[in-house]
Design a protein around this ligand. Structure first.
Ligand code: NAD
Ligand code: UDP
Length: 330
């Protein structure tokens, strides 16, 4: 690794993924040194290709279920390592569970050794298929422990427990962000989540695949707002004595999946239809964050409305698909 000159050293686990690569770019732009570790399970080298030119960036191919050792100081650790897309995290459920729980513990122990502050990327999935809306942090959730999503939901819930106990018992400076659906550039066109699927389908002229009748809701947060929230949560000092408790981060604007399909069709100008497919087992019916706590503790609220975030996201996917076509010589 190259010697660094100024700023702090930040380790980003999962730094080649969608959120992690955007966060790494933001931190480098802010003058930090970034150590990115990733097993490239769902992350992509393309996402960090430009970062390699920066002498303050270092990449290590590493699976967080194994301990990670490195000399020198580490000031901050963001744990974003875990596949985010349901089809991806269900491919190897045991590994997904290990990633959250064993990976989380390994990074907590690294934080302890380095005296670093550590932020866990938890998820709205800890609320499962919620029977209240919006979901606030004191709601304990409605989660199936043995369904197909459990490897992710329960792994993330277990990781929250570990972060809490390691804070209480070992004094580690921990933060827990419960991230709601987030989208934007650097998503993998083959990721499988609804925003990437709909935009790629619209741009390639395929029917949009709606699972179920499309009446289920999600709240979509644009990536720059999420980065503002994550960095604010990491850097805010503990004025109220509870900054280690979970904090919802997401955009409260709530849309049905059908409404999202209509917006994507309108914004892309695509002339394709809709193909209705089976609703996946345990698919949550509604999801909308109560962000009162984030507002009070961090002074944070998202600024980007769905259409304003979709415009650059559509432009990004158009560009990605163009690159893929050129590579295939079409
Ligand atoms: P992503 O799948 O694009 O990125 C995850 C990254 O972690 C990838 O680069 C992947 O290769 C890496 N990774 C996975 N398992 C690993 C392991 N065992 N060791 C090392 N690296 C590993 O997903 P994302 O959307 O960028 O999500 C980032 C984090 O935020 C995840 O922890 C996810 O659970 C959480 N989150 C995301 C959303 C969202 O809507 N994007 C919502 C809630 C929570
Ligand atoms: N979904 C859909 N079509 C797709 C992909 C997803 O209708 O091609 C639905 C999915 O069933 C869920 C919602 O969109 O109700 C959000 O799915 P996603 O995988 O993006 O994230 P989730 O919030 O379920 O983790």
């Amino acid at each position: 690794m190259r010697p660094y000159e100024n700023g702090r050293t930040v380790l980003v686990a999962g730094g080649a993924g969608f959120i992690g690569s955007n966060l790494s770019a933001r931190l480098l732009a802010d003058g930090d040194r970034v150590i990115c570790i990733d097993n490239l399970e769902t992350g992509r080298q393309e996402n960090i290709a430009e970062l390699h030119d920066n002498p303050n960036f270092a990449f290590f191919l590493h699976d967080v279920i194994e301990p990670f050792g490195i000399g020198g100081p580490i000031d901050r650790i963001y744990n974003l390592a875990c596949p985010g897309s349901p089809i991806k995290y269900q491919r190897d459920p045991v590994h997904t569970f290990k990633t959250s729980v064993i990976g989380g513990l390994n990074l907590l122990e690294l934080a302890q050794k380095k005296n670093a502050r550590i932020l866990q990327s938890s998820t709205s999935e800890v609320y499962g298929d919620p029977d209240i809306s919006p979901q606030h942090e004191n709601y304990w959730g409605l989660v199936n422990t043995v369904g197909p999503r459990a490897c992710y939901d329960e792994g993330k819930r277990g990781a929250e427990t570990l972060f809490h106990e390691m804070h209480e018992r070992e004094g580690i400076d921990t933060r827990i962000a419960r991230i709601f659906n987030t989208y934007g550039p650097n998503m993998d066109p083959e990721d499988g989540r609804v925003i990437s699927n709909f935009i790629v389908q619209a741009l390639t002229g395929d029917d949009l695949t709606i699972y179920g009748d499309g009446s289920q809701t999600r709240s979509f947060c644009y990536i720059t707002d999420m980065l503002d929230g994550l960095t604010a949560l990491m850097e805010t000092e503990d004025n109220f004595g509870s900054i280690d408790d979970p904090v919802n981060l997401g955009n409260p604007g709530e849309f049905t999946v059908f409404e999202l399909a209509e917006i994507v069709l309108e914004m892309t100008g695509a002339d394709c239809g809709i193909s209705y497919q089976d609703l996946p087992v345990d698919d949550p019916r509604q999801r909308r964050p109560d962000i009162t706590r984030a507002g009070r503790l961090l002074g944070w609220a998202p600024k980007i409305a769905l259409r304003d975030g979709l415009a650059p996201t559509i432009a990004y996917f158009r560009d990605e698909l163009g690159k893929q076509r050129r590579l295939k010589g079409q």
